[in-house]
Write a protein that binds this ligand. Structure first.
Ligand code: ATP
Ligand code: MG
Length: 260
């Protein structure tokens, strides 16, 4: 089971942001989308989730994602956006229930509590969302999307988590917690597609890496094939050294200078 995008092209305003992208993400794996600011990662993720109309095709386990009714899509995949502003004074529990109600396990009352526990925030269920710190809010939003697709496999079909920079404002322990949650979801048969800026966490937690640069794929494949000195230095236009000792790739930025 997989999400497959073929020849994805997207224009925002007058700008062609995605310029012919072919991708495949498999259930049972964590797929990381990396690349510089403005390279098109969020736009690609939004095309893969079906939120943004694009040229080309996107299929979710063989079904055309743009032809799927909203409720069917909500039962199969949940999306953590890069920023999720909330206009109303919801409590933490209410935010998580928003995801829960949109999913296919809305009759199981234990799911929101379990989702909050997965991100270590069960004690804050009654607090107002707006009164939490930035990192805590991000974890609540992750609990919301988890509550939407709580079982990684339902009716023998994989479900999908699409996450846009889920660890962006988290401390190191909670970054690891999010990677652990993603790994658990994938190991249980679900699919995870996550935009990442932290290349070391990507090396540690991804099965497959898609490196986007200027609206195209510069390289994709296993982490050790994509996370190399030359590829990363070219993509990010600064010197980057990948140290593979002692156990896994470790990405070390060199002086911030353009690579000529
Ligand atoms: N609504 C819009 N209208 C016009 N251009 C847009 C719009 N949204 C994004 N863009 C442009 O599309 C390009 C890709 O944006 P995108 O948000 O996909 O980048 P990104 O790789 O996710 O970057 P970041 O790492 O900063 O989140 C950027 O150059 C951005 O300026
Ligand atoms: Mg983005």
């Amino acid at each position: 089971m997989s999400v497959i995008g073929k020849d994805i092209r997207a224009t925002l305003g007058t700008r062609e942001v995605l310029r012919g992208i072919d991708v495949e993400a498999r259930a049972g794996e964590v797929t990381a989308i990396i690349g510089p600011n403005g390279s098109g990662k969020t736009t690609l993720l939004r095309c893969l989730t079906g939120e943004l109309a694009c040229h080309g095709t996107v299929t979710l386990d063989g079904e055309d994602i743009h032809a799927m009714p909203a409720h069917a899509l909500a039962a199969r995949r949940a999306v953590l956006e890069q920023a999720t502003p909330l206009a109303f004074p919801f409590t933490v529990a209410e935010v998580v229930r928003l995801g829960h109600r949109a999913g296919a396990e809305a009759t199981d009352p234990g799911v929101p509590r379990a989702a909050l526990a997965a991100v270590g925030l069960q004690a804050k269920a009654g607090r107002f969302f707006q009164e939490l710190s930035g990192g805590e809010r991000q974890r609540v939003q992750l609990a919301r999307v988890l509550a939407q697709v709580w079982s990684p496999v339902l009716d023998r079909r994989s479900r999908w988590l699409f996450l846009d920079e889920p660890v962006a404002s988290l401390d190191i322990a909670h970054q690891l917690e999010v990677m652990h949650v993603s790994r658990g979801f994938a190991d249980a048969g679900g699919g995870v597609v996550t935009v990442m800026h932290d290349l070391n966490l990507t090396a540690m937690g991804a099965d497959r890496v898609i490196l986007v640069s200027e609206g195209r794929i510069l390289k994709s494949g296993a982490p050790d094939a994509v996370l190399t000195d030359t590829t990363l230095s070219a993509a990010y236009a600064c010197g980057i050294r990948v140290n593979t000792a002692p156990v896994m790739p470790f990405i070390l930025p060199q002086a911030a200078r353009p690579v000529g």
